[in-house]
Write a protein that binds this ligand. Structure first.
Ligand code: MTE
Ligand code: HPA
Ligand code: MOS
Length: 776
């Protein structure tokens, strides 16, 4: 037994330690390789989409002769060039053609692709199509769609518990209202992109910026009419996805692959930002009608809610998204009697899709609006009403979908934040300030979040991994998750480093590819580290078990006497380097590679019955925001935000804090300045950063205190008892909306709930102020 032992203290990059993102330096120095940075082989062609300039129409003819004749053009792709199925619906509903043949269903819909020697040539040529159409009437939002008798684009969901009629009849107070919640563009820094390289026979390799390589693979195979084993999809990293690359990459992957096979040359497609924003889906906007009954103490007795969503022209993921809105329409609150229904409306707009929170945030905003209504009606501090309605012990622990809430930590979490943010004293000071200040008004709000973790489609809750230990002791790590900036690869590498007790530098993080781990789920639903961390641990444990068996046998000790120390292994009384053990095991023909697997236990969901345990556990958080509003202009700013968020036992606190900060800001942007605006003709007029305002660094809270609930441990057996972090903190942004609401309400002495719709742009804030000042 030989070899040096590099450390006997602790490994570098262990789980639960603050380790920077594995690509942090590459990100900030511009050396991280994205899809567009992959060296293009000679002969690479470029595709661009030609889109419709009408909103709803029957196609009479599409004349592409000028497109074909344009300089640099190699050819065009239309529906007629699709050898397999002209369908990329992610749920198999067969309602999303790559290119339409008969009906145009939204303004900006891709109708064909041009393939040219350069991207510029393709882009110019795409403008030259001539078409004849017969225009049809259109419906752009859920209310117009309902009025026009449009169908549900997918089956609505109903959740029901208790006896709603009796609940309403017996309660002393009742309020009905309507809340409009806007959508959101993903505004990932790296837009959609795919780069396809043809191979022999049916083969094609597609480099695609996607959260769901397996889906892109299946779609490409489906559209090409070839088996999945002919198609490989790779992604090293995305420059952000936020849900926008869970299904929306399909079009680009398929167009690149179709063109690559048709012309037998590599083909890249990368829309510009305007086309990315007009042709790809966004967060669903909702119109929510609520009816809430409550008692003198502000305790909710009964709730009825109808959630109508703009789903766009195809179903895409609108079914599970609108389902999740209902799953979160309780947020943190117990509704003794409840009935909730979704209305997923087809509209003549781009197809709405996944976006951080996946419908959940829209449900949570509705719950918080009802709390506000109650607080203003009773003249109470909304925080008091929130606390009065938290899930509690038996009898107050059932969700509208009949899952028992057993892990609620909100009382402690909110209590701690209330103290650390000095909520009571600041609220008092703000009330005094507002009484004195004529035009500048302040508001403060402390809002909680409870978010269910697991894909609601139970079969998605599985993951795989592949680990190789090479004979030099270096480790190659692969798993089915994708990296979009959230730090998933770092976390999974930490898990593997911890399992082998080796420094993280020994572990090579590799691109996600359908060749190594098949049938993966989207990296979505915040479940990336929960699922892939466990799958990687499984693979590492398999290899470790073989190493232990080998060492025990070789050196004649009990397997329990083989212990992994930092970068070393103790076998009986002797210590050897990890490398030395690996080398010896290799020489003895021990298998040093393993495929790991994981599936979340104990979850089930019966959609028809509206009952089950769709979520393995809940993640919690709370935020407290203070805003100041200029009531003459409606302009506002966030003075201070304090956050306490629950990530269980954090795998990596510094990465988790980054997620919490980013999610809060993105949530705040959704509810404040990010406004999508379609004109009457159905044209999206906010299709570039010039007209669509995401938060700037200068919009961050002046004081921003973000903490993790360090005492929290996931009671379920998740990876190292951590909790998912990607989406839940998005809803912390709601504290800004509610703080704005308080500031606005102050102009009418808090007698009335301002019913601020989202996004609460300065214009909307000003209009609400004027309405309240006018006593209307
Ligand atoms: N963080 C960054 N930097 N970029 C992203 O695109 N996507 C969010 C969240 N955090 C995203 C992000 C969304 S929508 C999800 S579902 C999760 O990350 C997915 O990753 P995870 O499951 O590994 O947390
Ligand atoms: N969340 C996110 N993405 C999804 C889900 C979900 O619950 N279901 C299918 N895709
Ligand atoms: Mo996230 S919306 O689940 O990709």
């Amino acid at each position: 037994m030989k070899d040096q032992i590099t450390s006997t203290e602790a490994i570098r990059g262990a789980v639960h330690s603050d380790l920077r993102h594995d690509s942090a330096i590459k990100h900030v120095t511009g050396r991280a390789e994205y899809c567009d940075d992959i060296a293009e082989p000679a002969g690479t062609l470029h595709a661009y989409l030609g889109t419709s300039d009408v909103t709803h129409a029957r196609i009479r003819s599409l004349d592409l002769s000028a497109v074909r004749a344009a300089p640099g053009v190699i050819g065009v792709l239309t529906a007629a060039d699709i050898p397999g199925a002209n369908d990329i619906s992610p749920t198999g509903r067969n309602d999303e053609p790559v290119f339409p043949t008969d009906l145009i269903e939204f303004h900006g819909q891709p109708l064909f692709a041009v393939v040219a020697e350069s991207r510029d040539a393709a882009r110019r040529a795409a403008e030259l199509a001539q078409m004849e159409v017969e225009e049809l009437p259109h419906a752009l939002d859920p209310l117009q769609a309902q009025a026009a008798g449009y169908p549900h684009i997918t089956d609505p969901l109903k959740l029901e518990r208790g006896d709603v009629a009796t609940g309403f009849a017996e309660a002393p107070h009742r309020i009905t209202g309507r809340l409009n919640v806007g959508g959101q563009d993903h505004m990932y820094l790296e837009g959609q992109i795919s780069f396809a390289i043809p191979g022999e026979d049916d083969d094609v390799v597609v480099h695609c910026s996607t959260q769901h390589p397996s889906e892109a693979q299946h779609m490409v195979a489906h559209v090409l009419g070839v088996p999945s084993n002919a198609v490989t999809v790779n992604v090293r990293r995305m420059g952000g996805g936020f849900g926008g690359k869970e299904s929306q990459m399909n079009l680009f992957a398929c167009v690149a692959a179709l063109a690559a096979k048709k012309w037998n040359r590599p083909v890249k497609i990368r829309p510009d930002r305007d086309q990315d924003m007009t042709a790809t889906g966004k967060r669903h906007d909702f119109v929510i009608d609520y009816d809430v009954a409550f008692d003198e103490a502000g305790r909710i007795q009964a709730v009825e809610g109808e959630f109508a969503a703009r789903c766009g022209w195809s179903s895409d993921l609108s079914g599970p998204v609108t389902d999740r809105a209902l799953f979160h329409a309780d947020n943190a609150y117990f509704y003794p009697h409840v009935r909730l229904a979704s209305r997923p409306m087809k509209t003549n707009t781009v197809s709405n899709t996944a976006f951080r929170g996946f419908g959940g945030p829209q449900g949570v905003v509705a719950a918080e609006r009802m709390i506000e209504e109650i607080a203003f009606a009773l003249g109470k501090d909304p925080l008091e009403v929130r606390k009065a309605n938290f899930y509690g012990p038996e009898g107050r622990d059932l969700t509208p979908y009949h899952q028992q809430v057993t892990d609620n930590i909100l009382e402690r979490l909110v209590g701690e934040l209330e103290k650390s943010a000095d909520y009571q004293a600041r609220r008092k000071a703000i009330l005094e300030f507002n009484a004195q200040s004529r035009f500048l008004k302040r508001g403060i709000a402390l809002t909680p979040v409870k978010f269910g973790i697991s894909f609601t489609a139970t079969h998605y809750n599985q993951a795989g991994s592949l680990i190789h230990v090479y004979s030099d002791g270096s480790i190659h790590l692969n798993h089915g998750g994708t990296e979009m900036g959230q730090g998933l690869n770092t976390k999974v590498a930490q898990v593997v480093a911890d399992a082998f007790q080796v420094d993280i530098t020994r572990i090579k993080i590799t691109r996600t590819t359908t060749e190594k781990v098949p049938n993966t789920s989207a990296t979505a639903a915040s479940s990336g580290s929960d699922l892939n961390g466990m799958a990687a641990l499984d693979a590492a444990e398999q290899i470790k078990t073989r190493l232990v068996e080998y060492a025990a046998d070789k050196w004649g000790v009990d397997p329990a006497a083989v212990i992994f120390l930092p970068n070393a292994v103790k076998v009986g009384n002797e210590v050897m380097g990890f490398d030395a053990l690996v080398k010896a095991a290799y020489m003895a023909r021990v298998h040093l590679s393993a495929a790991g697997f994981y599936k979340t236990p104990d979850i089930h969901w019966d959609r028809a019955a509206g009952r089950g345990r769709p979520f393995y556990y809940y993640a919690y958080g709370a935020s407290c925001s203070e805003v100041s509003v200029d009531t003459l202009t409606g302009e506002y700013r966030v003075e201070r935000t304090d956050i306490l968020h629950d990530v269980g036992r954090s795998l990596n606190p510094v990465l988790d804090k980054g997620q919490v900060e980013g999610a809060f800001i993105q949530g705040m942007g959704w509810l404040t300045t990010e406004e999508l605006w379609w004109d009457k003709q159905g044209r999206l007029r906010t299709h570039a950063p010039s007209t669509y305002k995401i938060p700037l660094a200068s919009d961050a809270p002046r004081i921003f205190n973000v903490g993790l609930a360090e005492w929290s441990v996931n009671p379920e057996r998740t990876i190292k008892r951590s909790k998912a972090v990607g989406e839940p903190p998005f809803m912390l942004g709601i504290s800004v909306l509610e703080a704005l609401s308080m500031a606005v309400a102050s102009v009418a002495d808090y007698r009335e709930c301002p019913r601020l719709d989202a996004p609460a742009t300065p214009e909307r804030v000003l209009m609400a102020v004027e309405r309240l000042r006018g006593g209307k």
